[in-house]
Design a protein around this ligand. Sequence first.
Ligand code: MF3
Ligand code: CO
Length: 292
Amino acid sequence: MLDRLYTSPFCLGNFMFANQRPRIILKSEKDLQGMRVAGQKAAECLAWLVSQVTPGMSTQDIDDLQRDFAKREGVKLAQLGYNGFPKGVCTSVNEVICHGIPSKDVVLKEGDIIGINVTLIVDGYYGDTCSSVGVGKISDDAMRLLAVTAEATRLGIAACIPGNHLGDIGHAIQRVAEPRGFSVVRDFVGHGIGRRFHEEPQVLHYGKPGRGVRLRPGMVFTVEPMINEGVWQSKVLADGWTAVTRDGKLSAQFEHTLAVTEAGVGIMTCQNGKGEWEIPGLPTLDMSLLDR
Ligand code: MF3
Ligand code: CO
């Protein structure tokens, strides 16, 4: 996800200037095909990493496994060296919201939750996806957070249809999380994606129905809500990357890269071959806890 401040209207490069409409690159059918290939590869990598999560391994082990995957498949790791990020994958444990840096000193233990964010480049196209998974057996409270975050992601993505607005996405996410006592992170956002990692528009995970840019076929962006057990506020640790919850409570995240099409939502980062919803990374979740 993108740091909200990083994409303030004062930013240069691909981002907008104050009072200017965002420059959203609409994708051709050929682009969409490239994005499907990259997305599917990222999905495959993420599901494999998720399946390997076990108590006693370190987050560096996950980075190592991802390097093996990239080598084997001949794909590039988008996160490695991105704005100086030192590793190939983000591993965000418990109160870490996002951008956790893999380390041999962070050892997973039973009951933890971990978010794994994979971004691959295949033939110049980016595929970006993230999943949160329990380490061994986790508490009902932690599982409920994962279930709510997955449901928020599902309904946020379902709002990505032509004629809707960006605000409808954030609104759908808030409506899942907030009545259940959870909060939606505001400091990091989803983003357009294509032949660049981060393009316009910013995709806020909170918002008002009917507000913001109107969604049009050919737009490709991520929806990647970060949902917290406690307050939404974050802070970044001294390493300059690791974003944690202000109150130290748990945070979870799922992310898909998707396309807005005439026919509805096309999820690039799924493995079902149909572009249909599936929980990123295919973790085993108890969705019955959603309403308990
Ligand atoms: N993959 C994140 C996203 O969803 C961004 C991570 S940037 C990194 O946009 F530098 F931390 F890798
Ligand atoms: Co992203």
